[in-house]
Design a binder for this molecule. Structure first.
Ligand code: GCV
Length: 666
């Protein structure tokens, strides 16, 4: 019987492998028990053995699996509590950790190793997660729709109701298997029904959810409305320094924790795109964040405050105001003012999840504050899960970028992982790409981003290719033909997408309505602060010191590198500079020729994806084959549309013909 949803990478096939059938464990907390259940399920589905599990005080002489939770006390997000060791000596295989979450992480790693065909009897490994918080942010609305959702409706909400069912459990299992330990279930744009998630009408269902998640080592968070006291009709204002507001939040968090003892905390979008926030009351972002953080603190809760704060009512005529500056301008001067249980969540780039952006300058710039990176695996600007775009190579670039703010430990990964300044509350979050479609992610191959995000968040040293190979192996098995085709498609897909869309970091040439497909001037005369300034001579945004000054927000070495077009990397040159079409790039091509070349190449590469995919038709499940084929056909249409519109637009602007005389519509 076909299930309502795919098991994704957790479909355990049978394998010819002999493993012990005894599982011994030393602790009966619920997360260790989950680990026991997961291991025995894997042994049954993979090896066909019915495992016997028994509680023992520690190691014994018998062969078997030993799951040892050393039961150290520590903060839930403490990396040590989540790290694990796996040691094997023939048929005695031990997974040990200071805490239960570590044991579960280790068991999922062990299962992964079994499935990928490693020699289990000689395993010896130790892993500590690189990030204390590894989080997914759902932008799910209470009516079941999903903001920027491309894979069906929410599996958390329907018509104002919270859904708790088998799929919820399988979702927890799925994301725990890749190391996710925190989840926000509702949209940061909190709708009028979702405001009520923090009232007693919802606590029953939320409690069920927190219990399901915490058994898998995951903390449940909610996006809250900054102005909840007003929206719920209980106060007439939300000034963070008003005693009545302070008391209101204290009482509210007491009530929440009485009902949901394992609640993680809040995620807040304030003063952004119409959301209320402390600015309304003449207060700053730290005042707003600390109000909520102090209410959460006695309960061990965390407040995650987004730094996506900017003025979305800009005048396109004004070339000095630059949206890219906003995040740093609002937050940097407040370093030291945020309470210790506040985490600042910063989008990877300074604007908004474009296909190419520089790393946001705020990373590492606030040594006294906790920082968390926000990426988006929902492919809002990267093909909306119709176009193939494996994002892990990009996230790798972001994580390994050096900010030059610290001698050692200077990459973005170091800042958000706590290595640079010793922060304990920090990490990485992704706006997730899931929905209630059969395959969870709309495009079957977009599941590689969900899998990959979790794996990378846990272990930032993994390469994008290693992650892709793991995901392919776990999802599609060990057939070399499938592995070769899928790894080639995944690994080249981000670059391909960049080729046929907005050029060289300029961004924003998408349809303003839904952000899919080309509309070169769609945002050009709008209020969103998203301009490319193309004219008959050239294109790009001058963000140098004499332009908008954005580049001065970086440390000196980074600033110097970007400020000079000669050292600025080609792929970002139009993000930082306004340049003539005849400007010669590092590649030796003129800017205009680069635009033409990449747009022709992009389409060719999508044609190749289709050929590659068709070449493995006989080796993949026919439903999967058809779904992916359909998506690739859509991608090809999209790429052709982009190619023709972009090339025509720039040909008309510049009047410069393609050196190779290819077809450009006039
Ligand atoms: C949730 C972009 C998206 C919005 C989103 C916003 C954000 O602007 O288009 O849909 O709102 O980012 O990150 O808050």
């Amino acid at each position: 019987m076909k299930m309502d949803y795919s098991p994704l990478w957790m479909k355990y096939g049978k394998a010819e492998i002999a493993l012990p059938s005894e599982i011994c464990y030393n602790s009966d907390d619920k997360t260790t028990l989950t680990a026991v259940r997961e291991l025995s399920r894997a042994l049954s589905e993979i090896c066909g053995v019915t495992a016997s599990a028994k509680r023992v005080p520690g190691m014994t002489e018998t062969d078997g699996f030993y799951l040892i939770n050393r039961g150290e006390s520590g903060n839930y997000y403490d990396k040590n509590m989540q790290s694990y060791r796996i040691d094997a000596d023939g048929n005695r295989i031990t997974v040990s950790s200071d805490g239960a979450c570590g044991v579960l992480n280790g068991v999922f790693e062990l299962i992964r190793r079994i499935r990928l065909g490693d020699d289990i009897g000689s395993l010896g490994m130790e892993k500590t997660p690189d990030n204390p918080l590894r989080m997914l942010n759902h932008w799910d609305n209470s009516d079941g729709s999903i903001e920027r959702g491309y894979s069906g409706n929410s599996f958390f909400f329907e018509n104002g109701r919270i859904i708790v069912n088998e799929r919820t459990r399988d979702y927890a299992r799925l994301i725990a298997s890749v190391g996710i330990n925190a989840v926000v279930i509702n949209n940061v744009n909190v709708d009028s029904t979702a405001v009520r998630l923090i009232t007693d009408s919802r606590f029953g269902s939320l409690r069920e959810l927190t219990e399901i998640f915490s058994a898998y080592g995951i903390r449940l968070f909610l996006s809250a409305d900054y102005a909840a006291p007003v929206s719920l009709g209980e106060l007439d204002g939300a000034d963070p320094l008003d005693e009545r507001v302070i008391k209101w939040w204290e009482a509210k968090t007491d009530e929440i924790y009485q009902n949901l003892p394992e609640f993680g905390g809040f995620l807040i979008k304030a003063d952004s795109e119409g959301r209320p926030g402390p600015f309304t009351y003449g207060r700053n972002q730290a005042d707003g964040a600390n109000l909520l953080a102090r209410a959460l603190r006695p309960h061990g809760g965390i407040l995650i405050w987004r730094c996506f704060v900017y003025n979305c009512h800009q005048d396109w005529r004004d070339r000095k105001t630059d949206r890219a500056r906003a995040c740093y301008d609002y937050f940097n001067e407040l370093d030291g003012e945020f309470d210790s249980n506040v985490i600042l969540q910063i989008k990877n780039g300074p604007i908004d999840f474009q296909v190419t952006e520089p790393v946001a300058p705020l990373f590492g710039a606030m040594p006294l504050s906790n920082e968390m990176l926000e990426v988006q695996i929902a492919q809002e600007y990267t093909g909306q899960q119709k176009d193939l775009c494996y994002l892990i190579p990009w996230f790798k670039q972001v994580l390994s970028f050096r900010m030059h703010r610290n001698e050692d430990c200077d990459t973005v990964a170091d800042y958000i992982g706590g290595n640079a300044y010793g922060n304990k509350l920090c990490g990485i979050a992704a706006v997730t790409n899931t929905g209630n479609d059969y395959n969870w992610t709309g495009h079957d191959l977009a599941a590689a981003n969900l899998y990959g995000f979790g794996r990378l968040a846990f272990d930032t040293s993994l390469s994008a290719e290693e992650i892709a190979l793991e995901w392919i192996g776990l999802t599609y098995g060990s057939d070399e033909r499938i592995i070769n085709v899928l790894s080639e498609m995944l690994m080249s897909s981000w670059e391909t997408y960049r080729k046929y869309t907005a050029p060289l970091g300029v961004g924003w040439m998408v349809a303003p309505s839904d952000h899919y497909g080309p509309d070169v001037d769609g945002f050009e005369y709008s209020r969103w602060g998203t301009y490319h300034y193309a004219d008959r001579n050239g294109i790009g945004v001058d963000r140098t010191a004499s332009g908008t000054g954005y580049v001065t927000q970086y440390s000196r070495p980074v600033r110097e590198y970007y400020e000079n077009p000669k050292t600025c990397p080609d792929e970002l040159v139009l993000f930082f500079h306004h340049l003539p079409y005849t400007y010669v790039l590092h590649s030796g091509e003129t800017l205009i020729q680069h635009i033409y070349n990449t747009h022709f190449e992009g389409v060719k590469e999508v044609e190749r994806f289709l050929e590659l995919w068709k070449s493995i038709m006989r080796y993949v499940d026919s439903d999967v084959f058809e779904r992916v084929r359909e998506r690739l056909e859509m991608q090809l249409k999209n790429a052709v549309e982009w190619r023709d519109i972009i090339n025509t637009y720039f040909y008309r602007k510049s009047g410069i013909a393609d050196e190779y005389g290819r077809r450009i519509y006039e």
